[in-house]
Design a protein around this ligand. Structure first.
Ligand SMILES: Nc1ncnc2c1ncn2[C@@H]1O[C@H](COP(=O)(O)OP(=O)(O)OP(=O)(O)O)[C@@H](O)[C@H]1O
Ligand SMILES: [Mg+2]
Length: 136
């Protein structure tokens, strides 16, 4: 049975209103992808999701600017730690005005990912509490 995540969904909706990029970081199997799916019905506009573990999605992102630039609403990039080179692309895309799309990135916390994220204005990532085995 799926546990409702009202609090986290509200937090994410708030973050995405205030910031062009929000991140959900957490260890494997903590529920990141599921949370992103639970968020979708609460979003007003279109949603496009990429799973970077899926070779077909990776293929679509072989020219990331070409693929991401026309998208509107929310773009979800799951397993972002596999393609940290996308962060500079996101930085360019979130500087557009008016802003056509916001981004939700999901990833396993690791030092290289944190380093990549510092290159753009990612809001302090939403982190699961210690009960999920993560600490700041
Ligand atoms: N809210 C929830 N209620 C009940 N079960 C959940 C919930 N969220 C996730 N799960 C279960 O936990 C498992 C892992 O969930 P999920 O795939 O979303 O995690 P993840 O953090 O994206 O994992 P990974 O890092 O491997 O991609 C799945 O079996 C899923 O069904
Ligand atoms: Mg996942």
């Amino acid at each position: 049975m799926l546990i409702e995540r009202h609090h986290q969904i509200t937090q994410l909706l708030d973050l995405l209103q205030d910031y062009p990029v929000a991140a959900i970081l957490g260890v494997r199997q903590v529920g990141k992808t599921t949370l992103s799916r639970q968020l979708v019905p609460h979003l007003p506009g279109p949603v496009t999701a990429f799973d970077l573990e899926d070779p077909r999605h990776l293929e679509r992102l072989s020219d990331p600017m070409l693929e991401l630039e026309p998208l509107e609403g929310l773009v979800i990039l799951d397993e972002i730690q596999l393609r940290p080179e996308l962060f500079p692309v996101l930085r360019v895309l979130v500087e557009r005005r008016p802003l056509p799309a916001r981004f939700l990135v999901l990833g396993s916390a690791c030092p290289s990912l944190t380093g990549s994220m510092s290159s753009i204005r990612v809001r302090r990532p939403l982190r699961w509490g210690n009960t999920f085995g993560l600490s700041d």
